[in-house]
Write a protein that binds this ligand. Structure first.
Ligand code: HEM
Length: 484
């Protein structure tokens, strides 16, 4: 009897479980189809902490600023990210890095990558991104018309990111090789791989082949650099070659190659989907586009109305002064955060506001939900970049161990780059790359939504939640016309 009552007491302390009608599958279909709205509906019914059954697994959500703070700062002793992400990522990134190593080692690896993404590097990247973008746009027809803008921006970001991050040797092989290899590797990251991971499907054969070719390519370059004493490079590979763990050891050749792959992959869909959503949002807001062009004109010529075809190129310092463009990117990330849910697996029971969270539970945070809280963002579904003027809400910068430099907590509504030890290290690079691309496109083209032949209404793409990163649903089209 004692046992029964203690069990009952324990259950009573667990977060409410959202009812479901399908055994095992639970709420996976509803959650998978439209996670943000499903979570919002459950938040209205059950509050900010509740459990979904997703494919037989308990997934407890912690919503709102308190929930964000709890999830992003959950102690390492209680929960791990690798418990969730390891199976999917290790075949793609490779061994010895990221979720294949102890968290303390990965934290040092993140610091190495962050060291490579510094101001000096960004100064050299802006002209490279400029050149890649201008060359890419030359491949568009004179009057491009209707384009699948997400596909176009994916191709462009592979080129710009690879050019900046992978170094001079890869640059020459870029258009032939790396983009194709990237696609094969990327197919290995689709969530479906969690279900069929032991079958010899063609996608895995391509994935493993692409992984090996990329690793071999990077390893060969690395050895050539060592043999030729070629160390005067400002790129990620060189930074990783020069980096030392705190115990004085260096990264292995494989680890360097794999961390380069992981970095490239971490930035690809996140960036290409963000550029695309920015363009989709701007297609409905000619007033915002006019403000952005005026901002470029003011920063670059001192006058508000220099004709777009007479605007000069910009450098990194000038790009940083495009402050309203920062607001446009933030507002886009508020409404279209590429990562809608982050997950950890509980390794030792936790307590949250009196709720008992058992070992083995998936614990989840969703800044995508707090970012549309009307209490913090009035009229939350409206795209209004001016909300972010003079507002630096967020969670500081990532530092080793995940302590914020700015001592800001993660008790925030707005966290598109996460917080704590797993916080993004690519934010500054993403801003540099995305702001450069958008600034160039807006000078040359105006963008409009296509009109549906059925309804006669403009078509704004819905979010597609079927892959790990939220993408604009296909065909993700914009009508692109050259500025007069
Ligand atoms: C982590 C978002 C671009 C590399 C994260 C996390 C988020 C995020 C939410 C935390 C994940 C978690 O807590 O589980 C974004 C967004 C981007 C972006 C919105 C662009 C708009 C990039 C870029 C890079 C990058 C360009 C590489 C250059 C990473 C890495 C981590 C990370 C290495 C750490 C993962 C971990 O510690 O577990 N990012 N990211 N990201 N991101 Fe980004």
């Amino acid at each position: 009897a004692a046992m029964r009552s203690s069990k009952k007491a324990k259950n009573a302390n667990e977060p409410p479980v959202v009812p479901y009608s399908l055994p095992i599958i639970g709420s996976a279909l509803e959650y998978g189809k439209d996670p943000v709205n499903f979570l919002l509906a459950n938040q209205a019914k059950y509050g900010e902490c509740f459990t979904l059954i997703l494919g037989g697994q308990k997934a407890t959500f912690f919503l709102g600023p308190d929930g964000n703070h709890f999830l992003f700062n959950v102690p390492l002793a209680n929960a791990s990210a690798e418990g969730v992400y390891r199976t999917l990522t290790v075949p793609v990134f490779g061994a010895e890095v990221v979720y294949d190593v102890e968290n303390a080692v990965f934290m040092e690896q993140k610091k190495f990558v962050k060291d490579a993404l510094n101001t000096t590097a960004f100064r050299s990247y802006v002209p490279m991104i400029w050149e890649e973008t201008v060359n890419f746009l030359k491949e568009w027809k004179e009057n491009p018309g209707t384009l699948n803008i997400f596909e176009e921006m994916s191709e462009l970001t592979i080129r710009t990111a690879a050019r900046c991050l992978l170094g001079k040797e890869v640059r020459s092989q870029l258009h032939s090789n790396v983009a194709k290899l990237y696609h094969d590797l990327d197919a290995g990251l689709a969530p479906i791989n969690l279900v069929f991971r032991w079958l010899p499907l063609p996608a895995y054969i391509n994935r493993d082949r692409a992984h090996k070719i990329m690793t071999d390519l990077f390893t060969r370059i690395l050895r050539e650099r060592r043999a030729n004493n070629d160390t005067n490079n400002q790129d990620l590979m060189q930074t990783l070659m020069n980096s030392r763990y705190r115990d004085g050891s260096v990264m292995s050749e494989n680890a360097i190659a794999h961390l380069m792959i992981a970095t490239l992959m971490g930035g690809q869909h996140t960036s290409s989907t963000t550029v695309s959503w920015i363009l989709f949002e701007l297609s409905r807001r000619p007033d915002v586009v006019a403000q952005l062009l005026e901002e470029q004109s003011k920063v670059l010529t001192g006058k508000p109305d220099t004709p777009v075809d007479q605007l000069p190129a910009f450098d990194y310092e000038q790009l940083r002064e495009f402050a309203f463009l920062d607001c446009v990117m933030k507002e886009t990330l508020r409404l279209h955060p590429p990562i809608h849910t982050v997950m950890r697996k509980v390794t030792k029971p936790l307590n949250y506001k009196g709720f008992h969270i058992a070992e083995g539970t998936l614990i989840c945070g969703a800044a995508s939900v707090s970012q549309v809280d009307p209490a913090r963002f009035p009229n939350p579904t409206k795209f209004e970049p001016s909300r972010f003027i003079n507002n630096d809400e967020g969670a500081g910068e990532w530092t080793i161990g995940g302590v914020d430099i700015a001592q800001k907590s993660a008790r925030s509504h707005f966290l598109p780059f996460g917080a704590g030890r797993h916080r993004c290290i690519g934010e500054a690079f993403a801003y540099t790359q995305i702001k450069t691309i958008v600034s160039i496109i807006l000078r040359k083209y105006s963008v409009k939504l296509p009109i549906s032949p059925k309804t006669g209404e403009p078509v704004f793409p819905k979010p597609d939640y079927t892959s790990l990163i939220v993408l604009p649903q296909k065909p993700a089209e914009l009508v692109v016309t050259p500025r007069a």
